[in-house]
Design a binder for this molecule. Structure first.
Ligand code: ATP
Length: 264
């Protein structure tokens, strides 16, 4: 599948939806603080990462992983700090960033087909008159092909498995021509073949120049899925390439004690 996927992603590249990893394409978060009323969910988080990476966001329940994704997605208002992508405030580059919530936060009974969901990715590109163009159909077709959703495109979302629903949301992000994909626990509840397929999709997307930030709980799978890890415990307690930052000490800081079943 990897070869076919590459070919499809190359076609999207030709349509302008992807790009080779580019040093100037950098997500920079500086001194981020996020509060929910009196609750401090994130304190003084700073990091920067270029495109072409698949980053695993790790930490115990309540560590602030979803809060970080939602802050980058612009879904939080009570935040302070600086967040930029390609040197611009995130509010100026919204359509380059796609947020994929946890499956259980998506209303499966929303009356939408897979194709309808993917077409929604084009809405930010339609301009003031909202005219649908042949190019929009091409981009939607390519995104659907890329995620191997051709046979499922007429199905309602509630008729999909968890893995198929994740792929449909990723196809929407590709149709949006998003360069930064924020995924909240996309592997939760997937069986092994679906996890493998999704892992391959994410790696290919990163290899083709996108930046993926992925909340994740299964520590054993980390070295297979991600090239970079970001460990949170309300503060940033570790960040860097998996080979350097995914260490027992970092896990102790993130989880208070290293999980016994993890060998790094
Ligand atoms: P999990 O692994 O359980 O999904 P997480 O690392 O994603 O956790 P967050 O959901 O970001 O953690 O939550 C961080 C902190 O903020 C927690 O203490 C949580 O209770 C709190 N929190 C999250 N959302 C809200 C909200 N809408 N209102 C109030 N507090 C919230």
């Amino acid at each position: 599948m990897a070869g076919e996927l590459n070919e499809d992603l190359f076609r999207i590249t030709k349509l302008g939806a992807s790009h080779p990893p580019e040093p100037a394409h950098c997500l920079a978060v500086q001194a981020l603080h996020v509060h929910y009323g009196a609750i401090c969910a994130l304190a003084d988080v700073s990091f920067s990462i270029g495109c072409g990476h698949c980053v695993g966001l790790l930490g115990q329940n309540g560590a602030g992983k979803s809060t970080l994704l939602k802050s980058i997605a612009g879904l939080h208002t009570q935040i302070s700090g600086s967040l930029t992508w390609r040197g611009q405030p995130l509010s100026a580059v919204r359509r380059e960033i796609a947020y994929l919530p946890q499956n259980d936060q998506v209303d499966p009974y929303f009356p939408l087909t897979v194709r309808g969901l993917v077409e929604m990715g084009r809405y930010p590109h339609l301009g003031e008159r909202g005219r649908w163009r042949a190019l929009d159909t091409d981009v939607v077709d390519t995104a659907i092909e890329t995620l191997k959703l051709g046979d499922l495109q007429g199905r309602r979302l509630y008729q999909l498995s968890g893995g198929q629903l994740q792929r449909a949301h990723i196809a929407r992000a590709l149709a949006q021509e998003a360069h930064v994909l924020l995924l909240d626990e996309p592997f939760a509840g997937l069986d092994e073949p679906s996890q493998r397929m999704l892992g391959e999709v994410l790696r290919e997307l990163a290899a083709n120049g996108r930046l993926l930030m992925v909340c994740h709980h299964d520590l054993k799978a980390v070295p297979d899925l991600f090239d970079t890890v970001l460990l949170l415990n309300r503060r940033l307690v570790g960040f860097g390439p998996v080979t350097e930052a995914f260490t027992p000490e970092a896990l102790r800081n993130a989880f208070d004690a290293p999980p016994e079943d993890v060998h790094v």
